[in-house]
Design a protein around this ligand. Structure first.
Ligand code: ATP
Length: 328
């Protein structure tokens, strides 16, 4: 264990995701376990620039393991993108005696942390917290599993209406650059078609698929659409397009939106957050820096931040095949 680290700061940054609180709790309690002080930094990097710090003991994180959102609040800080902003943030950390930082967020958060490390040689460790699961170096990001469960529950409810009225529903889910939510929740909820950014199905094939589905006797259809899909039309335009070409269909649109980001974290996300928090703090105490802690083949593992930022989390080819077979 490193003798030099006496105080560790923790912050949440970028979009919130279920499990962030469980990760904060884990960082705070792991610090307490190793007799290290822990400082909560409010509102991400903006709070670092403004010195918005609060000491956190193990009892300060009671009853948050089950809560969505983040008790430390999150923010997007433009000032941190400037050298002056980062300099101010560094001065505040040094003045408060904080020796290292655990940042919980997505790739933007990691980009900021890596830059900060490069500029000041300051120890940083990242925990991936984003529902999109679009980070290289971990099979699961915090909040992804919860979001999948939320989406599946919503689609199940939408299907009740779809099948009662013989309707076709386009359900838009989050995922600007990655279709993990759409693909997994689509399979889990038995969608007839799944549109993801990684694959361009094409409008003609979509129509063909819907026609096939209708001809095979299906009375309702659910098409799950990732918000970043490449078909070239948003869900509302897709509705118009399909209604024009298949007037027999009564088409509806449901955009699930921010509800996917909220809610009590699943057991998986709580356990993952606990594991990643322990590993983040203990890695810092071992003298490591500039890594992201993640889950690789169900083991907690470190990936250099640079790789986590630059790499992409590929869509699972086997799942694509399963999805094709399930939509037959
Ligand atoms: P999400 O996946 O939810 O979008 P994120 O961590 O990618 O999460 P961003 O808003 O992209 O969210 O980044 C969070 C914060 O990280 C930004 O508000 C900014 O303060 C900091 N940040 C992002 N990119 C940079 C950069 N190039 N240089 C310095 N700081 C950055």
């Amino acid at each position: 264990m490193s003798k030099n680290i006496k105080k560790i700061g923790v912050l949440t940054s970028g979009g919130d995701s279920p499990g962030m609180n469980a990760a904060i709790r884990s960082v705070v309690r792991t610090c307490a376990y190793h007799n290290i002080e822990c400082i909560g930094i409010y509102r991400g990097y903006q709070g670092m620039i403004e010195g918005d710090f609060k000491e956190m003991g193990p009892r300060s994180v009671n009853n948050i393991v089950n809560k969505g959102g983040t008790i430390l609040k999150s923010a997007r800080s433009l000032e941190f993108k400037t050298p002056e902003g980062r300099k101010k943030a560094h001065e505040n950390l040094v003045n408060a005696g904080i020796d290292a930082l655990v940042v919980i967020g997505g790739d933007g958060t990691f980009t900021g942390a890596e830059l900060f490390n490069n500029e000041f040689g300051y120890p940083v460790m990242g925990i991936p917290g984003t529902i999109d699961n679009d980070i290289y170096g971990t099979s699961h990001t915090l909040g992804y599993d919860t979001a999948l469960n939320t989406v599946v529950e919503c689609i199940d409810k939408i299907r009740d209406t779809a099948s009662s009225h013989n309707r076709l529903f386009f359900v838009e889910v989050m995922g600007r650059d990655a279709g993990h939510i759409a693909l997994n929740a689509g399979i889990g909820a038995g969608a007839e078609e799944i549109l993801i950014p990684e694959e361009d199905l094409g409008l003609e094939r979509l129509l063909e698929s819907l026609q096939k589905s209708k001809a095979s006797g299906k009375s309702s259809s659910i098409v799950v659409v990732s918000e970043g899909d490449k078909i070239g039309k948003n869900v509302f335009e897709l509705k118009e397009y399909v209604e024009e070409h298949m007037p027999e269909y009564d088409v509806r649109v449901s955009v699930l939106g921010h509800m996917q980001r909220g809610g009590s974290p699943s057991c998986f996300d709580r356990v993952l957050a606990s594991r990643l928090g322990v590993k983040a703090v203990e890695s810092i105490l071992e003298g490591k820096s500039n890594y992201m802690v993640g889950l690789i083949q169900d083991k907690v593992a470190l990936t250099p931040l640079e790789q986590a930022i630059k790499g992409s989390s590929k869509i699972d080819e086997e799942l694509l095949r399963v999805s094709d077979i399930m939509t037959t």
